[in-house]
Design a protein around this ligand. Structure first.
Ligand SMILES: Nc1ncnc2c1ncn2[C@@H]1O[C@H](COP(=O)(O)OP(=O)(O)OP(=O)(O)O)[C@@H](O)[C@H]1O
Length: 313
């Protein structure tokens, strides 16, 4: 831990009855980081966020937010952050602009400043055209954008986001990330959970991988993928009907299990196997199997996730 740590989680545990939802988890988040909490369903991510945001008391351990203890200085700790996923606080009978105005006024802004902050956020979230409609007319994605906009009214220095992009279309997800990144560029810190590993690899500075309430790994996306090590062979057959034959050839040559997804086959290569992959190309050629992709790649965050977590079952 150092002076730049804005979130410090030390030896946190939480049980629900006999179920250990979080077990002795420790990590810290530095100012200006985008920190991703990843893990399979039921891993304990939401429980951790609820404890960090003072909604739930840990059984043991300590959480400091900007130095304030969430248990003994809850009020001060709460003033340090904003959290999304509280759409319940948004009034459905009001327009997007009116909702933003209310939150801006509640955060202490005067009327002109509140008005300009509302306009700024409506623009950032591409809600200008619908700004003066009541929320009944809003799609799910528009509501989520407004939810994030509302949580940004007070320009929070720490922002907690529980699955901010789940279920959003690619354009809306890109918009969300743009706003998150521009917030971080002004010195804010973001802690988020996401189920999209690609997103985490692309945008998070560091990732903590949680499974069964335990911390399995922590580091930059590169550090985590290096930990898994090795190389992956990824190939794509041009015609779906040659998939089975390609799988048979690949499995005969490679020791590790071949994963199949649509027209793509992936297999991890053991030490020394990389050199043998050229011979594979010849076998595919002889079998008349056309390939549209053939690549030897470093592991992805998906591979890290699959190797380091077991999930519920
Ligand atoms: N209020 C509660 N009462 C009882 N058990 C709970 C409660 N909240 C969470 N749990 C249990 O604690 C464990 C962790 O749940 P949590 O919601 O934190 O996981 P998660 O990683 O956020 O999962 P998901 O990705 O599915 O949202 C699960 O086994 C869950 O069933």
């Amino acid at each position: 831990m150092n002076n730049d740590d804005v979130i410090q989680v030390s030896n946190i545990s939480k049980h629900f009855g006999k179920n250990a939802a979080v077990q002795d988890v420790s990590f810290s988040v530095e100012k200006g980081e985008i920190f991703g909490l990843l893990g399979p369903n039921g891993a304990g991510k939401t429980t951790l966020i609820r404890m960090m945001t003072t909604l739930l008391h840990p059984d043991t351990g300590q959480i400091l937010i900007n130095g304030f203890d969430t248990q003994t200085q809850g009020r001060n700790a709460r003033q340090q952050f904003s959290v999304t996923g509280q759409t319940a606080a948004i009034d459905q009978d009001l327009t997007a602009r009116e909702n933003l105005m209310i939150f801006a006024r509640l955060s202490g802004l005067g009327i002109p400043a509140a008005r300009s902050r509302a306009t700024e956020l409506l623009k950032a979230f591409d809600l200008v055209a619908s700004a003066d409609q009541t929320l009944e007319t809003f799609s799910g994605g528009m509501r989520r954008r407004l939810d994030l906009a509302v949580s940004l009214v007070g320009k929070p220095t720490i922002l907690f986001l529980d699955e901010p992009t789940t279920g959003l279309d690619p354009r809306t997800r890109a918009q969300m990330w743009q706003v998150i990144q521009s917030l971080v560029a002004t010195g804010s810190t973001v802690l988020l959970t996401t189920q999209y590993l690609e997103e985490a690899a692309q945008f998070a500075d560091r990732i903590a991988l949680i499974d069964h309430g335990q911390m399995k790994a922590i580091g930059t996306p590169d550090e985590l993928t290096r930990r898994v090590g090795g190389k992956r062979l990824r190939l794509q057959v041009t015609a779906a009907q040659s998939l089975k034959a390609a799988q048979v050839i690949l499995q005969k040559t490679e020791m590790n299990p071949v994963q199949v997804s649509e027209r793509t086959l992936t297999v991890s290569l053991d030490e020394g196997e990389v050199g043998q992959t050229a011979a594979l190309l010849q076998q595919f050629d002889e079998a008349g199997i056309a390939l549209s992709q053939f690549a030897i790649e470093p592991p992805s965050l998906d591979d890290v996730f699959l190797q380091m977590t077991v999930g519920k079952n």
